[in-house]
Write a protein that binds this ligand. Structure first.
Ligand code: ZN
Length: 642
C-alpha cells in the first residue's frame, strides 16, 4: 500500500517537475511539487494528463519520426538511429524529455534539419514500470534530435522467436507490441497516445526475411534485407509496429490481404476471406476507410493478444484459425479500430474505453451485417456474460469506464470493463435514440475528431452538444455520468440475450438431470457460440461419469477450436478430470494468448494445482512473450506479487 502511494507521488512529481528520475525531494520546489501532487491526487486524475509518460508535451510535440534500424537476430537487438522532428510550443528551451525503457543510448545530436551537433543527455536508471526518462539538452533553435541507441534482448515490446517457435521452423521471427507503453522499449519517443506523428523507416534484416510495418507495405517488394516504409497519416506511438520473418503475401480483395508464413497463408486467407466485405460495410456505416490498404499479419501462437490494430496491418493470433470462420469477430474488431482508436484515439489510458468500448460496439454491428441477426445476438450475449464475470470479480474502482490509472500499469487496464461495459453503454444510447440517429452521431463523431486524441470529457462535451440536444427526452445526463464514472451498471441497463442460447438451456439441464444421454443430444448445426454457451453454463462440479460422457460424445479434449477447448479445459481443471491434462499442458505450451493462458493458470492455482501450474509455466516460459511472462508470473508466483 505504502509502496503504491509512494509510486503515485513519485510519478506525479516527475510529471510536475519534468525532472529526470524519481527520488526523494531535495529542493523546496520539489517538496512543493509533491505537496501539489498529493492535492492533485485527492482531486482525481486530470483529464488529458497522461500519467504514463515522462514526455514534456507542453513544451515540445514530436510530429515526424525517421527510423533507420538493423534487426540483429543473433544478438536479439534492434539498433540504429531515430530522428525526431518536433514543434516548439513555447520559448522555455527546457530539455526535451523522451520516454525510454531499457534502451542503451549511445549518442544524441540536436539541431535543425540535417545540421545536428552532439548534445548532452541523461538517462536515469529505474525499475519503474514507466521506464526511464531520457533528458536531452537542446540548442535554443533545435527542432530535431537524433538518438543512436540499441535495445536489450529482454525489451518488453519485442519478441524474438527462434526458428523452432515458428510454423516453418527454418527462420527466426521478430514482432513488436507497443500498446500500451512498450514502444519506449524499442524507440525513444514521446510515448503517449496524446501525441500523433507520421513516420518513415528503413529496416535492415537478414536478406532471406521480409519486414512489414504499420505503414505502406509493398507485397511485391523484393526480399533483399532492406525495406523502406512510410506512414503518412499521423498515429500515436502505440501504433508503431514492425514484424520480420519468412513472410509471404496473399491478396483477399482489392484492398485486403494476408501476410503469414507460407504454412499458414492459404488457411488464413480462406478463414478471413470476408475481410473485404467487412471493410465495405464499416465504410457504409462510419465513413471512408482512411488508411489505404487493410492487411492482416498472422503471427506465431505466442502473440499475447487476440489481435493488435496496427494501422494498415492488424497483427492477428493464429488461435482464431478455426476452419469455419467462427472466430472472425476478432478481424471485425481490429478493422473497426481503423475508426475507433486509430482515427479517434484515447487521449490517455484512462480513456481506453473510448477505443475499446466503441470498437466492441462497432464489431457487433459489422458482424450483424455480414453474418446475420442470430450470430449478432449470440456474440452480444457472450460479451455480456464476460462483463458479468468482471463485475462480480473486480474491485469497484476497476469497474469505472473513466478509470483512475495513476500508479497502475496500463497493461492491467484491459479487462472487460472498457470493452463490454463501454459497448453496452453505446448499445443503450442506440436503443434510446434509435439506430439511424445513433449511426449518424457516430459518423459525425469520427469526422469531428479524425486524427485527434480525445478525452472522456471531450466525448461527453460532444455528446452534450449533439445527441443530448436532439434527444433531450430520451437521454438523461445523470445516467450517462453514472455509466462513465461509477462502478457496476445503472438500473435496468440492457441485458442482451439470444434465442439460440435459450434453446441450449433445457438441453443442458435435461442432460444434467439424467433425462437425456450425452450421445442423444442433437448438436447438429450448433455453432461454436452454442458449444461455448453449453459448456460455460455447466455447474461448478460435474461427476467423473458426466465428464467422460460429454468428452466421449463430443470429443471435447480433442477440439481444434481453441475457444471450445479453453472452456472445456476450465471445466477439466476445476473437476480434476485427468484425461484432459495432457491437452491442457500442450495448450499452455503452444499458445501465449493471455486471454486463454491467464484464466487457465489462475484456475490451476485456485484448484490446488500450483505444482502443475509452476512446472508447465517454467517449461513454457522461454516461448512466451514478455507480457505473457509478466502477467502469468504474477499468477503462478503470487507471493512475489507486489
Ligand atoms: Zn481492441
Amino acid at each position: 500500500m505504502l509502496q503504491r502511494l509512494f509510486l503515485i507521488l513519485c510519478l506525479l512529481s516527475c510529471v510536475a517537475l519534468t525532472s529526470a528520475g524519481c527520488s526523494k525531494p531535495e529542493t523546496e520546489q520539489a517538496v512543493a511539487a509533491q505537496t501539489d501532487a498529493a492535492e492533485e491526487l485527492d482531486a482525481g486524475p486530470v483529464p488529458g494528463v497522461d500519467y504514463h509518460s515522462f514526455a514534456n508535451t507542453d513544451d515540445y510535440r514530436v510530429r515526424h519520426v525517421d527510423m533507420d534500424l538493423t534487426v540483429d537476430f543473433s544478438r536479439k537487438v534492434l539498433e540504429g538511429e531515430v530522428i525526431l522532428h518536433f514543434d516548439r510550443l513555447n520559448d522555455s528551451n527546457n530539455p526535451l524529455i523522451l520516454d525510454t525503457r531499457d534502451l542503451v543510448v549511445e549518442s544524441v545530436r540536436a539541431g535543425q534539419g540535417d545540421d545536428l551537433q552532439d548534445t548532452t543527455f541523461t538517462l536515469v536508471d529505474s525499475d519503474d514500470f514507466l521506464g526511464e526518462p531520457l533528458t536531452i539538452d537542446l540548442p535554443s533553435d533545435a527542432t530535431t534530435v537524433a538518438v543512436r541507441y540499441r535495445t536489450i534482448p529482454e525489451a518488453s515490446g519485442l519478441q524474438w522467436l527462434d526458428p523452432i517457435q515458428t510454423a516453418g521452423k527454418q527462420h527466426p521471427f521478430l514482432f513488436t507490441q507497443a500498446q500500451a507503453i512498450h514502444a519506449r522499449s524499442f524507440v525513444p519517443l514521446q510515448d503517449t497516445p496524446g501525441v500523433r506523428m507520421t513516420y518513415n523507416a528503413t529496416i535492415r534484416t537478414p536478406a532471406e526475411l521480409r519486414a512489414v510495418m504499420s505503414a505502406n507495405n509493398d507485397p511485391d517488394a523484393e526480399k533483399n534485407g532492406i525495406y523502406h516504409f512510410s506512414m503518412p497519416q499521423p498515429i500515436p506511438s502505440y501504433l508503431i509496429a514492425l514484424a520480420v520473418g519468412d513472410l509471404e503475401f496473399k491478396a483477399m480483395g482489392d484492398r485486403t490481404g494476408v501476410y503469414a508464413e507460407k504454412e499458414l497463408l492459404d488457411a488464413a486467407a480462406a478463414e478471413f476471406e470476408d475481410t473485404e466485405s467487412m471493410l465495405e460495410i464499416a465504410e457504409d456505416m462510419y465513413g471512408p476507410y482512411r488508411w489505404d490498404r487493410y492487411d492482416l499479419l498472422i503471427l506465431p501462437p505466442s502473440f499475447p493478444f487476440g489481435g493488435m490494430e496496427n494501422p494498415r496491418l492488424s497483427f492477428i493470433t493464429p488461435t482464431v484459425l478455426a476452419g469455419d470462420k467462427s472466430l472472425v469477430a476478432l478481424i471485425a474488431h481490429e478493422l473497426a479500430h481503423s475508426w475507433s482508436g486509430n482515427l479517434v484515439t484515447n487521449s490517455s489510458w484512462r480513456d481506453l474505453w473510448l477505443n475499446e468500448g466503441f470498437t466492441t460496439y462497432l464489431t457487433s454491428r459489422i458482424m450483424q451485417n455480414v453474418y446475420g441477426d442470430e450470430r449478432y445476438h449470440m456474440e452480444m450475449a457472450l460479451g455480456y456474460a464476460r462483463l458479468e464475470d468482471d463485475l462480480e470479480n473486480l474491485d469497484d474502482t476497476a469497474q469505472i469506464l473513466a478509470i483512475d490509472m495513476r500508479g497502475i500499469d496500463p497493461d492491467d487496464a484491459f479487462s472487460n470493463i472498457p470493452y463490454n461495459k463501454g459497448a453496452l453503454f453505446l448499445y443503450e444510447l442506440e436503443q434510446k435514440v434509435g439506430r439511424d440517429d445513433f449511426d449518424r452521431f457516430l459518423l459525425d463523431y469520427f469526422n469531428e475528431f479524425a486524427f485527434q486524441s480525445v478525452t472522456t470529457e471531450d466525448f461527453l462535451a460532444y455528446l452534450e452538444r449533439t445527441l443530448l440536444q436532439t434527444h433531450m427526452e430520451a437521454l438523461d445526463a445523470d445516467r450517462i455520468n453514472q455509466w462513465i464514472f461509477e462502478p457496476g451498471l445503472p438500473d435496468a441497463a440492457p441485458h442482451p440475450t439470444s434465442d439460440a442460447f435459450s434453446r441450449i438451456d433445457p438441453v443442458r439441464q435435461g442432460w444434467l438431470d439424467g433425462g437425456i444421454a450425452a450421445s442423444d443430444i442433437d448438436t447438429d448445426g450448433w455453432t461454436y457460440h452454442q458449444w461455448k454457451y453449453f459448456l460455460d453454463g455447466m455447474p461448478e462440479m460435474l461427476t467423473e461419469g458426466q465428464l467422460a460422457a460429454i468428452d466421449q460424445a463430443f470429443g471435447l479434449t480433442k477440439s481444434t477450436n481453441n475457444e471450445i477447448a479453453f472452456s472445456w479445459l476450465r471445466i477439466a481443471i476445476r473437476n480434476d478430470y485427468a484425461p484432459a491434462f495432457a491437452r491442457l499442458e500442450h495448450f499452455l505450451m503452444s499458445i501465449g494468448r493471455n486471454k486463454f493462458v491467464m484464466p487457465l493458470y489462475q484456475d490451476l492455482m485456485d484448484n490446488n494445482k500450483a505444482d502443475f501450474a509452476v512446472r508447465v509455466f517454467e517449461q513454457a516460459r522461454p516461448g512466451y512473450h514478455p507480457l505473457t511472462v509478466k502477467r502469468n508470473s504474477q499468477i503462478v508466483y503470487p507471493e512475489t506479487d507486489s
